[in-house]
Unconditional design. Structure first.
Length: 318
C-alpha cells in the first residue's frame, strides 16, 4: 500500500473497478483497490493514512469469494479501531449482507416495505408460506443481483421445491417469504445517492420477465418464461421525473442519514394500488453505462469528488 494518503477501495471483484478508476483519475484523486480475497493484516499495526471506502457485496459467494464478508468484518473493525475515515463501515456491511436488517431499518424510518417473513432453516418454510396469498416470492436474506428470488403461483409448487433437489438455501440459512408486488407498469426504480444526497433515478425495465436483471430483484416474472420475453423498453433509462424533491427520495435521504449510509442505490416499485414500496438497499452500488452516458450526472464522478473531499478539501473544490 502507498505511504501517501489516498482513497482505498475495499472490494472483491476487479471487474467493477474500471469506471471508478477512471472517475478517480479524472478528479485527480489518488486511489487504489484493496481486494479482500486473501491476504492478512497485523491487528497491532497502524493502518495507512487515507480514506477507506468499502463496497463489499452480498453476492461475493457467487464469485467463489464467500469468505470476503468475514474478511471485511475483520478489516473494517480494524480500520475503525484506529479512527480511520471509513465510508461504508462495519455497520453498513451488515445492511449489505442482510435484507432483514434493511427491512427493519426501512420500516423504522416510516418507509413502506413489503410484508416479509424470515424463516430460519427449512422446517417452517411451507407453513409460513401459507400466510401469504399466491402469488408470493421467496428470496435469500443474503442475496444480490436478484439471485435466489422466485415467484410461486401455488403452495404445492413451492412445497415441491422446498422438498426437492433444486432448493437453494441462502448463504446464511435465512429464507424470506414476501408478498408479491404487482407493479403499475413493468419497471422498478433504483435511486442513487452519494454523500447521502440524491444523484439520479434509473428506470429498470422488467417486461422481459426475469428477477436476475441487476439491479432489480422485484421484477415481475411469469411462470415458466423467466428471461424468455423481449423487453418492451431499454433495460436501463434515466427517470427525469424523479428528482430530489420526490417525497420518497426525501424519505430515503432521512433513512440514509439515520443509519449513516453515505453511498447507496435504493430500489422501489410503484404498485397498481398506489403504494411506493422500497424493497432493497444496495451499499455497493454499480452504475449502468448507458445511463451514465446521458451526461446529466455521474455516480462514479460524484463518488470520486465526495471521497476526494474527505481526503483533502482541495479535491472537493475542483
Amino acid at each position: 500500500m502507498s505511504t501517501s494518503p489516498q482513497v482505498y477501495v475495499i472490494h472483491e471483484n476487479p471487474e467493477w473497478w474500471a469506471p471508478f478508476a477512471a472517475a478517480f483519475a479524472a478528479a485527480d484523486v489518488p486511489a487504489e483497490q484493496w481486494l479482500l480475497t486473501d491476504g492478512s493484516i497485523d491487528l497491532s499495526a497502524e493502518p495507512p493514512q487515507g480514506v477507506f471506502w468499502s463496497r463489499l457485496s452480498a453476492s461475493a459467494h457467487t464469485r467463489d469469494h464467500a469468505e470476503s464478508k468475514e474478511y471485511g468484518r475483520a478489516v473494517l473493525r480494524w480500520l475503525e479501531s484506529w479512527g480511520r475515515t471509513v465510508v461504508g463501515g462495519s455497520h453498513v456491511l451488515e445492511f449489505e449482507v442482510s435484507k432483514v436488517a434493511q427491512h427493519a431499518a426501512l420500516r423504522a424510518s416510516g418507509i413502506d416495505v413489503p410484508r416479509t417473513v424470515a424463516v430460519f432453516g427449512t422446517s417452517d418454510l411451507k407453513r409460513r408460506a401459507r400466510d401469504f396469498p399466491v402469488p408470493f416470492i421467496s428470496k435469500h436474506n443474503q442475496g444480490g443481483k436478484g439471485l435466489g428470488v422466485r415467484r410461486w403461483d401455488s403452495d404445492d409448487e413451492f412445497d415441491a421445491w422446498v422438498d426437492g433437489t433444486e432448493f437453494e438455501a441462502s448463504p446464511d440459512g435465512i429464507t424470506l417469504i414476501q408478498e408479491f408486488l404487482f407493479a403499475r407498469e413493468p419497471f422498478v426504480t433504483r435511486a442513487e445517492y452519494v454523500a447521502g444526497e440524491f444523484v439520479y433515478a434509473v428506470r429498470v425495465d422488467t417486461s422481459a420477465g426475469s428477477f436476475e436483471l441487476c439491479p432489480a430483484d422485484a421484477c415481475v416474472v411469469e411462470p415458466g418464461t423467466a428471461g424468455s420475453l423481449e423487453p418492451v423498453f431499454p433495460p436501463f433509462a434515466l427517470r427525469d421525473e424523479v428528482t430530489a424533491e420526490h417525497p420518497l427520495v426525501a424519505q430515503h435521504r432521512a433513512f440514509l442519514r439515520a443509519n449513516d449510509i453515505r453511498i447507496a442505490g435504493i430500489e422501489f416499485v410503484e404498485t397498481i394500488d398506489g403504494r411506493l414500496v422500497t424493497y432493497d438497499v444496495n451499499t455497493n452500488t454499480n452504475y449502468n453505462p448507458d445511463v451514465e452516458a446521458s451526461g446529466q450526472a455521474s455516480g462514479p464522478g460524484e463518488i470520486a469528488r465526495f471521497l476526494g473531499g474527505l481526503l483533502s478539501p482541495s479535491f472537493s473544490a475542483a
